[in-house]
Design a protein around this ligand. Structure first.
Ligand code: GZL
Length: 313
């Protein structure tokens, strides 16, 4: 074969391979915690719709709230040799072995919405999440101001071991610490869902009755459950018992407009665009910052009417 022909055919081969590579569909595995709250559903929608817009083949797994299901999904994604993984970790611990398997397979893992405790931060590309300590602290500070530093508080915690539950509790305690007359008289998990939040609030009302001045709920769904329990007990939520929560979902704004919820601290679930941008950077070999922090705002009741039309989740 002539030298010129050889070079031309080699060039054609390289071109066709690179075109094929460029056209190669990106495959991303996403293991989601579950569908326990309106916030969670909004996060899932954000990631799925962004994947669709970008033409990414998203392999989605709903773990029904179980870590073992997330670990199974991660191992399946690794076996399928996906290009990258998005993990919303249900709890902070127990991820090291499977994250080592992903690292060995050279598959970048982007954490969304909750962090993990690992001995080696290179096991994940980055964490895209809010600052839960800030959220809890702002909720505590708001309540301290609203009650002039005097309140008997019941707390509805998120799921045990989850980063937002641990850090929101910590932040709230910081927010009220300089007010000795603000006391958490009962604290129990409502698992971030409305039904459990209602059930736990019913138990608090039975045991504490008129001794409750305020509720701090780690998310809006549990706050909405508590509102139902308070009403069924013949009391006025938002008046007889103040309620402050976190997430900023639309139903929380509706409850604030109805005077039943007093304040919510935003926690954006719209993490899809940032998750895929981080994957792009990781696949180009970039070393990302370990925390891409979401900025959140506090929404007291008086802002709800003006803000609700611009809420995106
Ligand atoms: C926060 C997220 C929490 C929400 C809850 O990033 O992990 O989990 O606050 C959700 O509504 O269930």
């Amino acid at each position: 074969m002539q030298r010129g022909t050889l070079i031309r055919s080699a060039f054609a081969l390289v071109l066709s391979c690179s075109t094929a590579l460029m056209a190669k569909e990106r495959v991303v595995g996403f293991t989601q915690i579950g569908a326990e709250s309106a916030w969670r559903t909004a996060e899932t929608e954000s990631i799925k719709s962004t994947a669709k817009e970008l033409g990414v083949n998203l392999k989605f797994s709903d773990a029904q709230g179980k870590q073992e299901n997330q670990i199974k999904a991660l191992r399946s994604f690794i076996a399928q040799k996906v290009d990258a993984i998005i993990l919303a970790p249900v709890v902070e611990t127990g991820w090291e072995p499977v994250l080592r398997e992903a690292k060995k397979a050279k598959i970048p893992v982007v954490l969304v919405d909750r962090g993990v405790k690992v001995s080696d931060e290179s096991l994940y590309a980055t964490l895209i999440s809010s600052d839960f300590v800030y959220e809890g602290r702002e909720a505590g500070k708001w309540l301290a101001k609203r009650t002039n530093g005097k309140a008997r508080i019941v707390e509805l915690q998120g799921t045990p071991g989850a980063a937002p539950a641990i850090d929101r509790k910590k932040g709230f305690a910081e927010g009220i610490q300089e007010h000795p007359d603000m006391k958490i008289v009962k604290s129990q998990t409502g698992n971030f869902n409305r039904a459990d939040g209602k059930q736990v609030m019913e138990a608090f009302l039975k045991s504490e009755g008129k001794n409750i001045d305020a509720v701090f709920a780690h998310n809006d769904d549990m706050a909405l459950g508590a509102i139902q329990a308070i009403e069924e007990a013949g009391l006025k939520p938002g008046k007889d018992i103040l309620i402050v929560s976190i997430d900023g979902v639309k139903s929380a704004f509706e409850a604030m407009m109805a005077g039943k919820l007093n304040s919510t601290v935003e926690c954006s679930p719209l993490l899809g665009p940032k998750a895929f941008a981080a994957i792009d950077r990781a696949l180009k070999g970039e070393t990302l910052e370990k925390w891409i922090k979401q900025e959140d705002r506090v929404f007291p009741q008086e802002l709800a009417a003006a803000e609700i039309s611009s809420r995106k989740y």
